[in-house]
Design a binder for this molecule. Sequence first.
Ligand SMILES: Cc1cc2nc3c(=O)[nH]c(=O)nc-3n(C[C@H](O)[C@H](O)[C@H](O)COP(=O)(O)O)c2cc1C
Length: 414
Amino acid sequence: MSTKILTQHFNEPKLHELATYRKLGGYKGLEKALKMKPAEIAAEVAKSNLRGLGGAGFPVGGKWSTMPPADKAPERYVVANYDESEPGCFKDRVLGERAPHQIIEGLLIAAHAVSAEWAFIFIRGEYGIPFKILEKAIAEADEAGLTGKVRVRLMRGAGAYICGLDTALLETMEGKKAWPRQPPPFPTVVGLMGQPTVVNNVETLAMLPHIIVNGGDWFAKLGVLPNPEKKLPGSGGTAVYSVSGDVEKPGVYEFAMGAPLRAIIDAAGGVRGGRKVKAVIPGGASTPPLSASELDTPMDFDSLRSVGSFLGAGGVIVLDETRDMSEVAHNIERFLAHESCGQCTPCREGSEWTTRILGRMLEGKGTSGDLPNLQRIGENITGKVICALGDTVGMVTRGFMKKFPDDFKSKVPA
Ligand SMILES: Cc1cc2nc3c(=O)[nH]c(=O)nc-3n(C[C@H](O)[C@H](O)[C@H](O)COP(=O)(O)O)c2cc1C
């Protein structure tokens, strides 16, 4: 059974309008938050066990707590990451189109929690319709006096996957090219214009009104509770999945953290044409694949890690039995080679070589050295670069080769 928080009112045709959103209880979270002290909001969010839904799954309360105190660093910012360029992910687009005020309300709560007076929404350049909807919603919120002393600004990205990475995003907001910074310091300490900055995904932020209205405990219990014995932090609340690939009904589906992957695929109508699942990419193209025997894996941050993958940004890509995994790996590596910013040599060169070798293999020109070379190139990238894009370049092909070796062995001489 799916549990809905963010998508519960998605059947309301005018949910994007302020009047409808308010009629359904919208901005009650902000109203309550404004009566609380910033530290009280942060404590409630920490209790909720909300983890970042933009990819890395970092606990939100933990991230906010690393900001220096407001009296020591009064100029501070909040940025909503609406870049969403991970292949297989489109849930942020839908959230913004259907319920823009949910994002704005969350952003205002975050701004209050960290005492920021400037709040930005950094939106993917290609998201023309969500841009217009958000622009209108911000104006509506401003006019209704809801933004208060917080200045909310919408900023359009220039169109590169790397711009979604928080430190690259901050560089481009400053007008520079999107080369990731090497943390530490992390953005919460040295962020936009050198000032403390919280960057959170738009889905993460949209959860905040619900946490404030219903309480952190309520949210934590909806999901997977921490397991102190196993030192697992747990994952609170729900996640909104973008389900695509070989399913009958691709779309956006919300489930409580810990729901089995199988239930999400079933909600999307199951595999197209009655075929069988061969593989599922669980969190967006940059996350290692699961095989058909892993469909009962609970979808939460800790469980996916335990099977060698990641929940990422919840982009579930279903691949049926007719798919060749070396083609899928080639497709993803080609994307990453195109999107590598070029700052780190292992990523810049390794992504190109991986793509070329896989491409050659698919043309029937594979050599006996190709598979060991792909393995070696991957090992020489992951962990040896500044950002997670490079780590991914080194992981994708190795992940597919490990789970589906026959699809690769069949492309090289025995
Ligand atoms: C190559 C790359 C692209 C990313 N793109 C996005 C993105 O489009 N949206 C997003 O929220 N996070 C993205 N991230 C993750 C961000 O760096 C950051 O962890 C996130 O915005 C923090 O918000 P959260 O804690 O709420 O998830 C990306 C990371 C990498 C490595």
